[in-house]
Ligand binder design. Structure first.
Ligand code: FES
Length: 155
């Protein structure tokens, strides 16, 4: 039996058709590889970060996944580019959903990949710079995301 396709906002469709910042930064300062074990979708976030100001000066994504995951990746790159690391950590999957004008409930988990990808890339940045102290906000965010069980996420 055929079922109705989920309804997407214009903004989701627009990001999906014209994704921003797609690709991979050469010689990145941080790389975040994340995936959803339930649907099998994968996302790689690469970052350039100014060591002095800790501003994210460039960001790119590569996503092997559904349209909502691609739109979420594109939206999150626009949201965090130019932010400091601590500002970027404030961006949650809810921020991404708002930016996209909503996502169907079965697609909420796709926006979570974007939040996880940013957090993983920031963590990687600190791991590459042992001279820097990893801020407690980064550890807290990673702990929060690790506690989420993707099997219990909607969709
Ligand atoms: S990220 Fe898996 S279905 Fe969208």
């Amino acid at each position: 039996m055929l079922t109705m396709a989920p309804m997407y906002s214009e903004k989701v469709l627009e990001h999906f058709r014209n994704p921003r910042n797609m690709g991979e930064i050469e010689d990145p300062d941080g790389v975040g590889d994340v995936g959803n074990p339930v649907c099998g979708d994968l996302m790689r976030i690469t970052l350039k970060i100014d060591d002095e100001t800790e501003i994210i000066t460039d960001i790119k994504f590569k996503t092997f996944g559904c349209g909502a995951a691609i739109a979420s990746s594109s939206a999150v790159t626009e949201l965090v580019k130019g932010n400091t690391i601590l500002e970027a950590l404030e961006v949650s999957n809810k921020t991404v959903i708002e930016e996209l004008g909503g996502l169907p409930p079965v697609k909420v988990h796709c926006s979570l990949l974007a939040e996880q990808g940013i957090a993983a890339a920031i963590k990687d940045y600190y791991e590459r710079r042992p001279d820097k102290q990893i801020p407690p906000q980064v550890q807290e965010k990673i702990r929060k995301l690790d506690r989420l069980d993707p099997h219990e996420m909607p969709g």
